[in-house]
Design a binder for this molecule. Structure first.
Ligand code: UFG
Length: 331
């Protein structure tokens, strides 16, 4: 049995590949390398460069490798970009996922794990959000993912396929063994931006908004270590293989940190100060987005191992340093 990981050369996908290999699984990666990197794919995994919507290619991968599960990460993930170019997001995330599900059904792959997002909820309050909260995506990105969830739901009712959709909150950190991490240039995510600033890759960073209705006025998010997220997928895979029913579950730690708390943690990890400017609100940011993750814990038996902001930041900073030396070695 083999697991097909789409987007396995990307940030979360490359951690998933290591998680599966560490658990003794056979892994084949399908990635078109548009934002991912060949070097990010563990050497023990087979890499096929191609598109998830190429049904013929995916069909042959499934047959040749006896794939019994697909973990689908490939897709576009930048919220403002999705507002500027919605049709590209509906094509790349929704339409291509439809084709991939169709191929999975045609080839008889029984298990499908889908990378979804907290963005399906829209603006949440300070209270942790449960899976049955109102679904109101505020961006084409969120809607493109929600439509994929719905396609999976309907396909699983009509065909012999079961799925787990995991709704990620703010994924951060890097492999504690330093094998992979967040490597895409031009990142906008807070912890990556703060680490880049600390290391002098940016002259300063900005805090987007200090007048939110939160304890210190800056936005609160539920930051989850990427390795804990990968572990949740592995447990979801095991559960599906054991005959578990389809499931949609949040992945977060159920508590939020403010932008200023995150920056303080980066200062602690780095050991020196760096320039932080207080700025205006960024369009589309909700004051707080925090997961209720009871379902993942009870249904998947998920017990996070790295629920510690300082550890997330330390691992992110360590990876940023590795990336600096990788890039300078490449000239
Ligand atoms: N922030 C700053 N300065 C920066 C970068 C971010 O102050 O330079 C703030 C943002 O305003 C926000 C918080 O840090 O308040 C977190 O921002 P990120 O960009 O790191 O993450 P988001 O919460 O905007 O996005 C995350 C996921 C998306 C997902 C979205 C929906 O990364 O994939 O949540 O909830 F769609």
């Amino acid at each position: 049995m083999t697991v097909l990981v789409t987007g396995g050369a990307g940030y979360i996908g490359s951690h998933m590949v290591w998680e599966l290999l560490d658990a003794g699984e056979n892994v084949v990666v399908l990635d078109r390398l548009s934002t991912g990197f060949e070097w990010a794919v563990a050497p023990e995994a087979k890499l096929v460069v191609g598109d998830v919507a190429d049904g013929e290619l995916v069909g042959s991968i499934i047959r040749e490798n006896k794939v019994d599960a697909i973990i689908h990460f490939a897709g576009s993930i930048v919220v403002p970009e999705s507002v500027a170019d919605p049709l590209a997001y509906y094509e790349n995330n929704t339409s291509k996922t439809r084709t991939l599900i169709e191929t999975a059904v045609r080839e008889g792959v029984p298990n499908f794990i889908f990378s979804s997002t907290a963005a399906v909820y829209g603006g949440a309050g300070l209270e942790p959000v449960r899976e049955d909260a109102r679904l109101a995506p505020e961006s084409p990105y969120g809607l493109s993912k929600l439509m994929s969830e719905w396609m999976l739901r309907d396909a699983s009712l009509a065909h012999d396929i079961r799925y787990t959709a995991l709704r990620y909150f703010n994924v951060a950190g890097a492999d504690p063994k330093g094998r992979t991490g967040q490597s895409t240039p031009g990142a906008t995510h807070l912890i990556k931006v703060a680490c880049e600033t600390a290391l002098g890759k940016r002259p300063f960073m900005q805090v987007f908004g200090t007048d939110y209705p939160t304890p210190d006025g800056t936005c609160m998010r539920d930051y989850i270590h990427v390795s804990d997220l990968a572990a949740a997928h592995r447990l979801a895979l095991q559960r599906l293989r054991d005959g578990g029913q389809s499931l949609v579950a949040n992945c977060g730690y159920s508590h939020g940190y403010s932008v200023l708390e995150v920056i303080d943690s980066v200062r602690r990890a780095f050991g020196h100060d760096f320039e932080v400017r207080m700025g205006d609100r960024r369009a589309g940011d909700a004051a707080a987005v925090v997961a209720n993750s009871d379902l993942a814990r009870s249904e998947l038996g998920w017990t996070p191992q790295r629920d510690d902001l300082d550890q997330i930041v330390n691992d992110a900073l360590a990876w940023e340093r590795i990336l600096t030396s990788k890039n300078s070695a490449r000239g």
